[in-house]
Design a binder for this molecule. Structure first.
Ligand code: SF4
Length: 886
């Protein structure tokens, strides 16, 4: 087949004549596929056969955007191979990354826009519609709601790492309410890190240099860890293990860490804060404190008043000078003391660090054993090992010109122009080879303060952003929110449905489960409206969100719901008025940040074939919705928002009065970055990448924090927020954890009756991406059924055997509500005896592959007071009782 023949075949095979006519009637948004490219492929891979070629693109199903070379035969995708030069996946694809090929060709995809013809809340019945009709209907509903107030429209988006996204441009243009998955997945930890360090992310070690790592709730065989989906940290981790890195696993469930851990601490669920308080107690007792960092780069030396606020003179925090005098913290001549007390006008004040030391006296290892179930001797030993391994005071010289290029390190074959030595002079960096991995684990009752307690351990050691130490974002760049946390804004009611800046949850990440409760009972939270329109893109909160009954009830309150998804998921089936079938892998999307801690990289998602059936690329769907809602054009329109968010140079500015093609948008973005070939560059290379300069990653002895900001070791503004929440009438259940220092209290679920004797936790399986990959046949075949994972001895005690069917009943200790489901039992040794576990990824009922897989644990969890504390983020812990079903 000639080039021309193949090109013609691709275009015709991907579109029906009707689809073409419909699409063109909406405007010129159909992209043309480019044919000529020479992507970088694995020289050791299977050779191309006649009729085959490669087309580079980016994983659609995951969240880290791994690079893919699509092997095509006569215009059909026949195999997905990892892009060998991609910094995240280095030539590999994970199981679900591979299986998305089956998903793309899945005959059960939604093949055309659908409009509901029966009532909502039951299995949907549909008629096919043209794109014009469907988009016009969605646009009309949005426009009508916007005319009342943008708050009447809610935009819910599944996970992804596009930056910035086409969704965000729509949200910025219209001001509608945005929901994402952060509040379900890791929001408590992200809020805590952002508040404490200025990084809105989880925690990860510097695997290249770390010698001693705590794996806090990270099952490295099941999940990606902070900021990655899979593969990247796994490869980095194995390299570190080969170097000899020690691994301590802190998790009630051993899971995939089994062969990769030196010590397993099977902690009681929800008690992680107590463990880190115990470790900090040991560090303080043994004197493992990085004085330079604590004095120069944290607020720990500031003097504190009786009301737990900092003492200020003329607006400036006060510190103790070496002379014993009290001075402004930024006095050029002051030599700041970390600990001590001083008298001002007859009143004695202590430093925040002295308060911390006194506060921590109560949390010794024996106390921590009583809470966590981990032996005091082990806590003592790990505290001492951490302190010793941190090598406080040490430095490491890094010469970027001699550093191995990333690609040489990964493949022994440097990729010209993408890698090589980074810029910069040789210089000393702070060396603290102790780290921690933590992300989803922070979704526990006291996750915000547990994360602060963990971070404080590594702050004491001076390990934040150190070589070998603890990192959060890839780049040392303080978030915009960090200075704003000095004064946590709490407004007078009425509030919006996210309850942000409310007296209930002033700091939060819009957890969809809490939002559902607010939509169900707006008066209870002093919200004076119920939104009309919900747009759901690539998420399926009906089974992905905790407290499923609340979410189901809330969806019945919306007047209009549109779902944008390649599959008819549960949310669409029961509640969508309109379903808009988006493409999967076969679409343009981006720009995509595909960097790692060591590499800056960008990429695009490119369509190896035209969208299947009558599906449409997602960016085209949203551009068309924006047009139909009358927000696309003009200076205040969506196109101009893209101009700004993509930071396009004036020469590549999009005409704000002409509907753009997505390929043009992405090409203009690339050209604004100096990539003259535009999208063509990515069709040939897949990525643009270079090593990060060391100062972007590591702190130096005289540059410990970005712009010399002081990390928030002590949370004075938390105490202020607490007092304000209290005075505004929010109950103690809302404000009790707004303490300036992490403070242990008993757990809400421990108030459940004693018959609820086990704690249910949820965990992730590598083959699934929330519910998104359960419809991939190969993935579903691996483990098609849910199991309740139970300790062998616990089961024996209860007369339960492997594969027995059991009732699992959860109890809400605040409301006394109970919920129950049935599942089969799987017995393992590697779980704490009082803990049982269920995987997140079941409970589907629509797709033939996913249904009958058993229940989702989200039908057992609760949301609300006690189960969503402090920052409104979700706890995936609940007390349950388990009985054989007869
Ligand atoms: S790790 Fe994530 S992004 Fe990479 S191939 Fe797997 S699913 Fe795709």
């Amino acid at each position: 087949m000639s080039d021309m023949d193949r090109r013609t075949f691709i275009r015709i095979s991907g579109f029906t004549a009707g689809a073409l006519a419909t699409a063109y009637s909406l405007g010129k948004f159909l992209p043309l596929l480019e044919e000529k490219h020479t992507p970088v492929v694995d020289p050791d891979g299977p050779p191309l056969l006649p009729g085959e070629d490669f087309y580079p693109t980016t994983c659609w199903v995951g969240t880290q955007n791994c690079g893919i070379n699509v092997r095509r035969y006569n215009g059909r995708m026949i195999r997905l191979e990892g892009h060998i030069m991609h910094p995240q996946n280095s030539g590999k694809l994970c199981p679900k990354g591979q299986a998305q090929l089956i998903g793309a060709y899945d005959p059960f995809r939604v093949k055309a826009p659908l409009i509901r013809i029966n009532e909502k809340g039951v299995q949907g019945r549909w008629r096919e519609a043209s794109w014009v009709e469907a988009i016009t209907m969605v646009g009309y509903q949005i426009r009508t709601a916007l005319d009342k107030d943008p708050k009447y429209v809610v935009w819910s988006k599944g996970r992804g790492r596009e930056q910035p996204t086409f969704d965000e441009a729509f949200i910025n243009t219209t001001g509608v309410t945005f929901l994402d998955q952060e509040g379900l997945t890791a929001g408590a930890g992200h809020r805590a890190n952002d508040y404490t360090l200025g990084y809105n992310a989880g925690l990860m070690p510097d695997f290249r240099y770390c010698n001693y790592m705590i794996s806090w709730g990270w099952d490295m065989l099941g999940s990606g860890g902070n900021k990655h989906c899979w593969l990247t940290h796994q490869q980095e981790f194995m390299g570190a293990r080969e170097r000899g890195m020690t691994v301590i696993t802190l998790d009630p469930r051993l899971g995939g860490m089994g062969p990769h851990t030196d010590k397993w601490l099977h902690i009681r669920p929800g008690t992680d804060m107590a463990f880190f308080l115990g470790i900090a107690n040991v560090l303080l007792e043994k004197g493992y404190i990085d004085n330079d960092y604590m004095v120069g780069y944290t607020n720990a030396p500031f003097l504190v008043k009786d009301d737990e606020q900092f003492l200020k003179v003329n607006g400036k925090e006060q510190v103790i000078d070496v002379s014993g005098e009290v001075r402004d913290f930024d006095d050029p001549h002051v030599v700041i003391q970390l600990e001590g007390e001083a008298e001002v006008d007859g009143t004695t004040y202590r430093t925040a660090f002295s308060m911390y030391r006194a506060h921590m006296k109560q949390y010794d290892p024996e106390w921590a054993e009583g809470i966590t179930g981990i032996q005091a001797t082990q806590i003592q030993a790990i505290g001492e090992e951490l302190g010793f391994q941190a090598a406080i005071g040490s430095k490491l010289t890094i010469d970027p010109s001699k550093a191995k290029p990333c690609y040489a390190a990964c493949h022994g074959d440097p990729f010209e122009g993408a890698g090589g030595g980074a810029e910069g002079e040789a210089r000393d960096y702070v060396f603290r080879p102790v780290g921690i991995m933590a992300d989803h684990v922070t979704q526990q009752e006291m996750g915000f303060q547990a994360t602060r307690a963990a971070v404080q351990v590594f702050m004491l050691l001076g390990a934040i952003d150190a070589v070998g130490g603890v990192h959060s974002e890839f780049i040392r760049q303080t978030s915009d929110a960090f200075p704003k946390y000095d004064n946590i804004n709490i407004r007078e009611p009425p509030y919006d449905i996210t309850l942000k800046e409310s007296k209930y949850y002033p700091l939060n990440s819009a957890n969809p489960s809490v939002v559902a409760q607010v939509v169900n009972s707006p008066n209870k939270f002093e919200v004076d409206y119920t939104p009309d329109v919900l747009i759901v893109r690539s998420s399926n909160d009906l089974i992905d969100a905790a407290s499923q009954p609340d979410v189901i009830e809330s969806y019945s309150k919306y007047k209009f719901i549109a779902v944008i998804d390649p599959w008819l998921n549960e949310t669409a089936d029961h509640y969508a008025d309109v379903v808009l079938p988006s493409a999967t892998l076969e679409e343009y999307d981006g720009p995509l940040d595909v960097g790692t801690m060591y590499t800056r990289a960008a990429s695009l998602r490119l369509p190896a074939i035209t969208p299947m059936y009558r599906s449409m690329m997602y960016p085209n769907i949203i551009i068309n919705i924006a047009e139909a809602a009358d927000v696309l054009y003009g200076e205040d329109g969506y196109i101009n928002q893209l101009n700004q968010m993509l930071n396009l140079q004036s020469a590549f500015w999009l005409d704000v009065d002409a509907k753009p093609q997505v390929r043009t948008i992405l090409s203009n973005w690339a050209r604004s970055r100096g990539i003259e070939e535009g999208v063509r560059f990515f069709e040939e290379n897949g990525i643009t990448a270079e090593n990060r300069p060391p100062p972007e990653i590591y702190s130096a002895p005289d540059d410990r924090t970005p712009n010399n900001v002081r990390h928030r070791f002590y949370g004075d503004s938390l105490a202020r927020a607490r007092d304000q929440m209290n005075s505004m009438g929010a109950g103690p259940g809302y404000w009790r954890d707004y303490t300036p220092l992490p403070t242990w209290r008993s757990l809400t679920f421990d108030d459940s009756p004693s018959e609820y004797d086990l704690v249910l936790i949820a965990y992730r399986k590598v083959q699934y991406q929330q519910s998104r990959a359960t419809v991939f046949a190969h993935m579903n075949e691996i483990e098609p059924h849910q199991h309740l994972v139970m300790n062998t001895r616990t089961a024996e005690h209860k007369g339960i055997h492997e594969d027995d069917e059991v009732w699992i009943e959860s109890h809400n200790s605040v409301t006394d509500e109970t919920r129950r489901v049935k599942a089969k039992v799987q017995l393992v040794e590697g779980i704490e005896p009082n803990t049982v576990a269920m995987s997140h990824h079941y409970g589907a009922w629509v797709n033939d592959l996913g249904k009958d897989g058993g229940p989702t644990p989200n039908s057992l969890f609760f949301t609300g007071r006690g189960y969503s504390s402090n920052t409104a983020d979700q706890s995936f812990h609940v007390k349950v009782k388990v009985k054989r079903a007869v």
